[in-house]
Design a protein around this ligand. Structure first.
Ligand code: NAD
Length: 299
């Protein structure tokens, strides 16, 4: 059984590590926050003191970090994975970052004889806990085949979508669709409310029709209950849309809807909502509307 290094023990990483441990894998764990390492070190999970240290003691390293700059620091920086890497090491970056950053790291790994996959996930904390994430992978078939059994301990699906960077292109596509859905849902529910029609009634009436979606089913109840506990934070979704826009610009692709929603998320962050669930996007639409319903519900 391979010894696995796990770097990044935040909301997602700590649960993903636990699912690997439950299956019997020996692990070396590291995070820049020592308390996060303390929380996972148990029988079979050793403490790593740096990314370099983790790489030197393991066969496969998994990173689950906030964004590209953190992953580049952890992999390419001083004391990073590549300083401790040995030929044959496999690095699987499961963070959601820009595909261009993945390709940069893929090339640096190749020079050192390290195989690299980008493998971002969808599903959030509940699915990280259950080991039922959807995993979108970029890289070569041989490396993908080697790590698929591990990915299947963290996710219910793992799909090879193309070469290095393709996993994060797929993740950006996912994030664009989710953001647009939440923005449209927000406008719809605020309009209904200001017309004097109960949003819960609207949700129940439309969820089985063409407007129904996984996003609507997950997020409309949160809006109706005014429960904006994350979930997926506004600041992380803003980061994903920024990466989508940067990637689009590099390919001369215009993404007007994504750009608009990203601007809303920036405004919400400036007003102290960055750590709320992304369903709190509805508050941006509410703030532009009259405070109360101006139309009586028809008799
Ligand atoms: P998080 O901020 O909770 O965790 C990131 C961890 O990385 C933190 O513990 C932090 O201390 C650590 N870290 C940062 N820089 C480091 C470095 N240089 N070396 C070592 N450790 C470092 O984030 P998260 O919610 O676990 O998300 C991780 C990634 O997964 C992000 O890219 C996010 O977009 C993506 N994602 C998150 C969710 C979700 O619902 N939270 C869902 C899908 C995908």
């Amino acid at each position: 059984m391979s010894k696995i290094g796990f770097i990044g023990l935040g909301i997602m990483g700590k649960h993903m590590l636990r699912n690997l441990r439950k299956a019997g894998h020996e692990l070396v764990a590291y995070d820049i926050v020592p308390a996060s390492v303390d929380a996972v070190v148990t029988d079979g999970v050793e403490r790593g003191v740096s990314c370099k240290d983790v790489a030197s003691r393991t066969d496969i390293v998994i990173t689950m970090l906030p964004d590209g700059p953190e992953v580049e620091q952890a992999v390419l920086g001083s004391g990073g994975v590549l300083e401790g890497a040995h030929p044959g090491l496999i690095l699987v970056d499961m963070s959601s970052i820009s595909p261009m950053s993945s390709q940069l790291m893929g090339a640096a790994c190749k020079e050192k004889g390290v195989a690299f996959l980008d493998a971002p996930v969808s599903g959030g904390e509940p699915k990280a806990i259950d080991g039922t994430l959807a995993i979108m992978v970029g890289g070569d078939q041989e490396t993908f085949d080697k790590v698929t059994p591990l990915l299947k301990l963290m996710g219910s699906s793992a799909v090879l979508t193309g070469g290095v960077g393709a996993g994060n292109v797929t993740k950006l596509a996912n994030q664009i669709i989710v953001a647009g859905n939440i923005a449209a849902m927000s406008e719809a529910l605020v309009l209904a409310d200001r017309c004097g029609v109960d949003s819960a009634v609207v949700f129940n009436a439309i969820k089985g029709g063409l407007a129904g979606s996984t996003v609507l089913n997950a997020k409309a109840p949160m809006v109706i209950a005014r429960n904006f506990k994350p979930g997926f934070r506004i600041r992380l979704h803003q980061k994903d849309l920024r990466n989508a826009l940067l990637t689009a610009e590099s390919k001369k692709v215009a993404l007007p809807l994504t750009s608009l929603v990203q601007q809303m998320l920036i405004a919400l962050m400036n007003h102290g909502s960055g750590d709320l669930d992304h369903s709190a996007l509805v508050t941006f639409i509410e703030d532009m509307a009259p405070k109360t319903s101006s139309t009586k519900q028809p008799e």
